[in-house]
Design a protein around this ligand. Sequence first.
Ligand code: ARG
Length: 252
Amino acid sequence: MSRRFAPIAATVLAATVLSMPAAEAAPSIVGGEKGSLADHPYAVYLVDSHGTQFCGGVIVSRTAVATAAHCTIDVPPDETSVVAGREDKRSNDGVVLAVTDVWRHPDYRKPQQGSDLAVLTVRGQLPYRPAALARDASRYPAGTKATVLGWGRIADGGDRSDYLRQATVPLTDDATCRTGYPEYNPASMLCAGYPSGGTDACKGDSGGPLVTGATLVGIVSYGDGCGRPGKPGVYTRVTSFADDIAAHSGLG
Ligand code: ARG
């Protein structure tokens, strides 16, 4: 697996995906590369009171982090902290800020029913550039290449990554997403991945960003395994929730 910092070239990624048998042996976030906070300073992770990473998140304002609603259920918010500016979990880089408030989408029940969105308010300030929020859905058609980031499992059923990982995945059309997930609701969800699988978010990446450029288009929500053919990753569709995120982030 490459250890370069440079974002992987699309051709190299395509070749990697095509040559990969299926999900099993795929490295990384699953099929990705070492990630860079220089490129994606808004990528953060959530830790519990033991300092154990359990989800991802994305800085959306100086004081707020968007994540998945399901990341706010098992670990109580008063035991959750945001780690920002730290690519390597084993380092002391960046900041660790306590969560002081949680807004969870009122329609959230479980990831498969959508609205898998929460906004955490932190104590103090996040000294890193926030992601912009995607608002105009027509700018993100199927096929748009997006980047997913996280510190989650490096293989289906494997260990979590110590280092930030990133992978490039195309947004899928509604029909493809519905074929993989009959419960798919395009009003609230978005899918991304290659038809043959191989490149995907995985367990522990939940709540983390899916971006095009520095614009947040999705939040990692769920998937059937990781990187399986016909099973793209399912994301919370940010264009549907940009006003909610802004309203609960101090962005007005
Ligand atoms: N629910 C998972 C988590 O808690 C995220 C799964 C994303 N899976 C995927 N195949 N895209 O971290």
